[in-house]
Design a protein around this ligand. Structure first.
Ligand code: C5P
Length: 240
């Protein structure tokens, strides 16, 4: 297993390679862990992943796969071949789908290090009220996250994506080595945007997050590098 250290991952939610690479110019010496999501991947494809890997970045490819097991297995094999460091899927896709995904990643890694595989439990934009009214999930959100995390662990995955507010529940159920990668992070003095289960970087650390995923508070900041360093300082307790 690789990349077990705690870190801040910047969500590169842009839709062109040009904008992405321009944004990263200020970060040349810092080499932050970055996340490529659907927006950038659908716009620029595997070339974007390869370019960032070539430049020495650790890449979390956040495509949240959710399909029949065979399709997910074959797709994960392709993603492993791109050399990504972390990739993910929806735990709602079932334990069979998660096992198949892991097989695909292992096959695609050709005996080299396999990308970490993590499962989305519930999106941090989803509230308990929406779960109950729209998705007909009557259990409290913490219970659902805990159950999905245990399914992921059972399937052999490395961790989950969840809200920092649920990191403790996941660690308690699945063990301290089971990774918690947590979006939904905001500075105490910034807007929550469309996220509904949010917390600050410092609180995320206290709650047991291993990696925090931060998008707009860094990408839309007047000084993104300063915002990133503030985030790292609050999350890791380090000086800049
Ligand atoms: O801008 P913001 O900090 O809200 O960005 C959060 C990032 O994390 C986005 O790229 C979003 O797609 C992703 N994400 C999330 N909730 C999840 C999984 C991923 O917000 N459960």
């Amino acid at each position: 297993m690789n990349n077990m250290a705690k870190d801040v991952i910047i969500a590169l939610d842009f839709n062109t390679a040009e904008e992405t690479l321009k944004f990263l110019e200020g970060f040349k010496d810092l080499h932050p862990y970055v996340k490529i999501g659907m927006e950038l991947y659908y716009a620029e494809g595997p070339a974007m992943v390869r370019e960032l890997k070539r430049r020495g970045y650790h890449v979390f490819l956040d495509l949240k796969l959710h399909d029949i097991p065979n399709t997910v297995r074959k797709s994960m094999k392709v993603l492993a071949g791109m050399g990504v460091d972390i990739c993910n899927l929806h735990a709602a896709g079932t334990t069979a789908m998660m096992r198949a995904a892991l097989e695909g990643l292992t096959e695609g890694s050709n005996g080299g290090p396999r990308p970490l595989l993590i499962a989305v439990t519930q999106l941090t934009s989803t509230s308990e009220e929406v779960m109950r009214k729209e998705l007909l999930i009557d259990h409290p959100i913490g219970e659902t996250v805990r159950h999905y995390a245990m399914n992921a662990r059972e399937a052999g995955l490395d961790g989950v994506v969840c809200s920092p507010l649920e990191a403790g529940i996941v660690k308690e159920a699945c063990g301290s080595h089971f990774l918690t990668v947590t979006p939904g992070v905001r500075f105490a003095d910034s807007s929550t945007d469309d996220q509904s289960r949010v917390t600050t970087p410092a609180r995320a650390r206290e709650l047991g997050s291993d990696y925090i995923v931060v998008g707009r508070p860094i990408t839309q900041a007047p000084d993104p590098v300063a915002a990133y360093l503030r985030c790292k300082k609050e999350f890791l307790g380090m000086e800049n």
